[in-house]
Design a protein around this ligand. Structure first.
Ligand SMILES: [Fe+2]
Length: 234
């Protein structure tokens, strides 16, 4: 068994499209622990037009202490982070100020829309870099706007940015196209890639650490401090 940091998962009960209730959240934590995850970052959707209920912060504040207790009961270390949606609506500097980091480290998980690349997406990432933080692009293999934009990705990586590739995509549980795209990014940008589950439940969007072929384990980051200085699987 290897040590796994899962830096992107939806664990907070009744907050977004993750677990519906505390019992489901505990089941997901147990599933992660059984697959070798020793620390996980809860990454509720933030700045997202799709997940913007009134009182989001209060919902997170209510769910977070309970999640910590549940995780402690099974020997899992949890951190609070966010999946910061970059729609391009915000000025890049405003986005960089509003985005929440993973735990209290310098890394910031940034989600792009699935269907296009917003005009200010790269500027928003570079605004994060200028503010001393390290952007981590969530599942770039899913973003249609990034296909054919290896130049943009190369510039992002050169600035210190990381690419979070979803383990289930690499394993092939979401189809051949996603399997191909995720593996292509690992081959093209090995020094910048890191794996995460983006788990939401134990069904369709389950963690797939147990399905990951051994040759891809070098892209598993062991803990959150290591992520700040991650050199990928190079
Ligand atoms: Fe996510």
């Amino acid at each position: 068994m290897w040590r796994v940091l899962d830096l992107h998962c939806h664990l907070l009960a009744a907050v977004d499209d993750g677990p519906a209730d505390p019992a489901s959240a505990l089941a997901l934590l147990v599933g992660l622990r059984q697959q070798g995850v020793v620390s996980a970052v809860a990454t509720p959707h933030l700045l997202s037009p799709r997940f913007a209920p009134d009182g989001l912060e209060a919902m997170i504040a209510e769910a977070w202490p309970r999640l910590q207790d549940q995780a402690a009961s099974i020997g899992l270390h949890v951190f609070l982070g966010a999946e910061n949606h970059c729609s391009g609506q915000l000025d890049p500097e405003t986005f960089a100020t509003a985005a929440h980091p993973l735990g209290d480290g310098p890394c910031v998980l940034v989600e792009l829309p699935d269907d296009h690349l917003p005009a200010r997406a790269w500027a928003s990432c570079f605004a994060l870099v200028r503010s001393g933080r390290r952007p981590v692009l969530a599942h770039p293999e899913r973003c249609r706007g990034l296909r054919g934009d290896d130049e943009g990705l190369a510039a992002f990586v050169a600035s210190g940015g990381l690419l979070q590739i979803t383990a289930g995509h690499v394993a092939g549980i979401h189809g051949w196209a996603m399997r191909w795209r995720s593996r292509r990014l690992l081959a093209r940008f090995p020094q910048a890639c890191v794996l995460a589950s983006d788990a939401h439940d134990l069904r369709a969007r389950r963690p797939a650490w147990d399905r990951l072929p051994a040759k891809f384990r070098r892209w598993i980051c062991p803990d959150l401090p290591s992520l700040a200085r991650w050199q990928g699987g190079a």
